[in-house]
Design a protein around this ligand. Structure first.
Ligand code: TXE
Length: 485
């Protein structure tokens, strides 16, 4: 990957070939920490998608022609190559979306998912069953789809490469991987590392694109399954496009996660975890953002004091500074949108502004920096509490008892994550079972691991990544019955 015109020259990666001009035009990628261009990104259009799908089908055949232990070892080799490039990938994440380099999470996640799913390649994932009234042999086989499409959001291309591309490959598929135009760099480098590890060219094609290329991918007849990660509005467009060929879709969408602090919680720990999981991690630009903090009346004031102190202690600044934990939001448009959310909440009296609320100036004025923002005493029926903000803005909401906490937490169209802080594990279990969300984290932050399934309830999506559920999303079931006379 070279530099041109003050920015990185990127290229699509199709069939192992770097393509630097594409029918989707060139996208001038802006570095959010400075508001300045740092890369020129050719965007895939329909013709490049066509090439990528055709290349995928050739590579799929080559991949399945390899014995399972060879495929397993190649995925382990890829994990090793990713491990050797963790620092570079973390820096490319910074170039992509100005996430602080101290947050190396997604590159590490990629390696872990690769190692985990390499382990499935040569393990049985079919079965056989006796059948009534005969001695026929009945096999239940799980087969790859062939070529699948993976569409990633800007805030976690490497996380999606791990949670989706890794299991898809382990299941035997080729992948057309479409990162967001807002964050293509780390994903493109991942595609190069796949080639360096010895994977067949075309097994992982990386095609940065916007809506045009994404739509072409979603409606392509050669794409047999789609895994989409992003917002609900876009998901509707992807699902509609996928109906062209009745292509199945898995959707990992947004959230408005409740973070319940009970009266018996260790408040120092709860405040530290809640600050990280709330406005600070990726500047609140995470589907797992704990954006609705429910605090029991008995500890509300004390918790808020500790929580605000934790947020004030966060180092805000240059994402390349290892001491920094809070960076800018992704774009001018996001900055304007989030400031409008804050102003609207203020005007409606949805809660009391306890800290933040404005754009950061001084040496940060060129970047899209927002102050970490907290509203207190928020009404859960307000738009502030009901709509995903996808920025460093969180609400603190009072509750008086367990039933009310569960009721408030579930009063949301989303259901991706929920967080519970309590020393009482009977309460933790009983509350966890009543929360309508795909993941519940007790005295923990959203430590997504390859072993555990991750995904949403309600409008946070359907389908899972991680674990056997995540593998089976990329396998289709065939029943074979052999007459024995
Ligand atoms: O999403 P967008 P963004 C969610 C997060 C938030 C959103 C932010 O909660 O709602 O993602 O990410 C492509 N046809 N999650 O802004 O705009 C687009 O180019 C096909 C949840 O990126 O929905 C990008 O690659 N594709 C997640 C992708 O869709 C289209 C974790 C997503 O874009 C398209 C991270 C079209 N018409 C973020 N239009 C989780 N649940 O794990 C755009 N795209």
């Amino acid at each position: 990957m070279g530099w041109r015109g003050g920015g990185i020259v990127t290229a699509l990666l199709i069939g192992g070939e770097r393509i630097t001009t594409a029918s989707g035009g060139d996208y001038q990628h802006i570095y959010p920490a400075t508001g300045q261009p740092n890369a020129v990104v050719p965007l895939a259009g329909a013709s490049e998608i066509e090439r990528a799908v055709a290349s995928g089908w050739q590579a799929h055949k080559a991949w399945m022609a390899l014995p399972v232990d060879r495929r397993r070892d190649l995925l382990i080799d890829l994990a090793d190559v990713v491990h050797e490039h963790l620092d570079e990938l973390a820096l490319l994440n910074v170039q992509d979306y100005a996430v602080p380099v101290s947050y190396a999470g997604t590159a590490l996640m990629l390696e872990r998912f690769l190692r985990h799913f390499a382990g499935y390649v040569d393990k049985p994932h079919g079965s056989s069953t006796p059948v009534q009234g005969s001695f026929d042999v009945n096999l239940i086989e799980r087969e790859p789809y062939g070529v699948v499409g993976v569409i990633a959001p800007w805030n976690g291309a490497l996380a999606v490469a791990g949670s989706c591309v890794a299991p898809a490959l382990a299941a035997g598929n080729a992948v057309v991987f479409k990162p967001s135009e807002l964050a293509p760099l780390a994903a493109l480098r991942f595609g190069e590392l796949c080639l360096a590890a010895g994977l067949p060219p075309g097994l992982v094609n990386v095609v940065p694109a916007g809506a045009e290329g994404g739509d072409a991918l979603a409606r392509h007849p050669g794409i047999r399954k789609i895994h989409f990660t992003g917002g609900g509005e876009t998901a509707r467009k992807v699902i509609t496009a996928a109906t062209t060929n009745l292509t199945p879709v898995v959707a990992e969408l947004g959230g408005k996660s409740a973070n319940i602090v009970f009266g018996d919680a260790d408040l120092q720990t709860a405040a530290a975890l809640s600050a990280h999981q709330g406005p600070l991690m990726q500047s609140g630009q995470s589907c797992a953002c704990a954006s609705r903090i429910l605090a029991h009346d008995s500890v509300y004031d004390e918790f808020v004091d500790i929580f605000l102190a934790r947020i004030a202690a966060a180092k805000i600044g240059d994402p390349l500074d290892p001491a920094v934990s809070f960076g800018p939001v992704i774009s001018q448009a996001a900055l304007d949108r989030i400031l409008a959310v804050i102003a609207d909440a203020d005007n409606r009296g949805s809660g009391e502004l306890l800290t933040g609320g404005g754009r950061l100036g001084g040496e940060l004025a060129q970047g899209y920096y927002l102050e970490p923002t907290v509203f207190g005493g928020v009404d859960n029926s307000s738009d502030l509490a009901q709509t995903e903000t996808f920025g460093p803005v969180v609400s603190v909401i009072r509750f008086t008892d367990d039933d009310q906490a569960v009721s408030i937490a579930n009063d949301s169209r989303y259901g991706l994550n929920a967080f519970v802080h309590t020393r009482d594990l009977v309460r933790a279990h009983s509350v966890a079972r009543r929360l309508e969300s795909g993941s519940v984290w007790v005295n923990q932050i959203s430590q997504i691991s390859p072993q555990g399934p991750y995904g949403g309830y309600k409008q946070s999506g359907f389908g899972r990544t991680g674990g056997l559920e995540g593998l089976y999303e990329f396998l289709q079931v065939k029943n074979i019955r052999i007459g024995m006379g």
